[in-house]
Design a protein around this ligand. Structure first.
Ligand SMILES: Cc1cc2nc3c(=O)[nH]c(=O)nc-3n(C[C@H](O)[C@H](O)[C@H](O)COP(=O)(O)O)c2cc1C
Ligand SMILES: Nc1ncnc2c1ncn2[C@@H]1O[C@H](COP(=O)(O)OP(=O)(O)OP(=O)(O)O)[C@@H](O)[C@H]1O
Length: 142
């Protein structure tokens, strides 16, 4: 049983998220998803939807076996608990692959770090990021 971990904010689900999670699921047999806590999303606008709602929507997706809200302060605590074979980073995630691998080795987790691919637009007007969906809402309803 190869366990894979994917993670992210997953505010307002769109086809880019589905692509990422399907790509990650294809790297193993069981996909676990860690949903970032609102207070830990500091590199962009924090999510609109609450932690538990984002987790519940992700957990309902076909590609996902289990989803959980992440740890408050130690992002490697859920990883130690899940003990995955692969961590699948998103194509545009700012995390440093080498730094993650070093921390995994330090904690004795035998796990590789891979990058998922990007989904490109399939038709005009397709919105493939939460940020662009929110911009569209503000344009049309703001
Ligand atoms: C291996 C790994 C484990 C993570 N675990 C947690 C966690 O337990 N709690 C949390 O709040 N964020 C966690 N994160 C961080 C969030 O997923 C991070 O904010 C993420 O990059 C969300 O940004 P994005 O949606 O823009 O990709 C983890 C990230 C990585 C790479
Ligand atoms: N178009 C896409 N193709 C492939 N993966 C994607 C795409 N959009 C998002 N992802 C992946 O989904 C995961 C969660 O992303 P996140 O929730 O930050 O979504 P986002 O829509 O990119 O958000 P924002 O617009 O706020 O940056 C990340 O790993 C990210 O790489």
């Amino acid at each position: 049983m190869r366990r894979v971990v994917a993670q992210g904010t997953f505010d307002l689900i769109h086809p880019g998220h589905i692509h990422y999670l399907e790509d990650a699921a294809a790297m193993g047999d069981e996909l676990h998803v860690i949903v970032a806590r609102r207070e830990n999303v500091t590199h962009k606008e924090p999510p609109v939807l609450p932690n538990r709602q984002r987790r519940d929507v992700v957990a309902a997706l076909d590609a996902v076996d289990k989803a959980r809200v992440g740890h408050e302060s130690d992002i490697f605590a859920p990883i130690e608990d899940i003990d995955p074979d692969v961590i699948a980073l998103g194509f545009d995630q700012h995390h440093d692959d080498d730094a993650i691998e070093a921390e995994l080795a330090e904690r004795g987790v035998d796990c590789s770090v891979e990058r998922a691919s990007a989904r490109e637009k399939r038709y005009d007007g397709e919105l493939l990021s939460t940020g662009t969906i929110i911009d569209r809402i503000l344009e049309q309803r703001g």
